[in-house]
Design a protein around this ligand. Sequence first.
Ligand SMILES: [Zn+2]
Ligand SMILES: [Zn+2]
Length: 156
Amino acid sequence: MKLAYLAKIPQAQAALRATGERVTEPRVAVLATLLSSDHAMSHLDVAAMVAKHHTIDRVTVYRVLDWLVGVSIAHRIAGDDRVWRFMLNPQASAQGAGKKTAHHAPSHAHAHFTCNTCGQTFCLDKVQPKMNVKLPTGFRTTEVDLKIRGLCAECK
Ligand SMILES: [Zn+2]
Ligand SMILES: [Zn+2]
């Protein structure tokens, strides 16, 4: 895991530079942690991982996670335990990351998969839920949250 984390630092720095915002050590550390994970991580998961390499307090980790959501690099998924879990947006892990989305299009209109055994949540970037729902007058969709449950490849 340590190697994976260190290998993601240049990618994290590039993605942060692309936002035009300041590239700080906590931002690089938190983003590199998310980049090195294949599943969604809670604030505490990220803080524990970051603590292996840096002395960054939990409040700072939380602020950085919020900030990453704000600049559309990451998104949050509500867990069954009411704990937010954070995951990179699909485009952020590819090259040319951090493109600014000026409008408020749902940034994670893709499905999620939660494993019943290990409880981990994964993004299914290629599963775009087609919503053909006619909302009542005056209602507006800001987020589509489709969750599939089952067993992941590790727990099958
Ligand atoms: Zn599992
Ligand atoms: Zn997702």
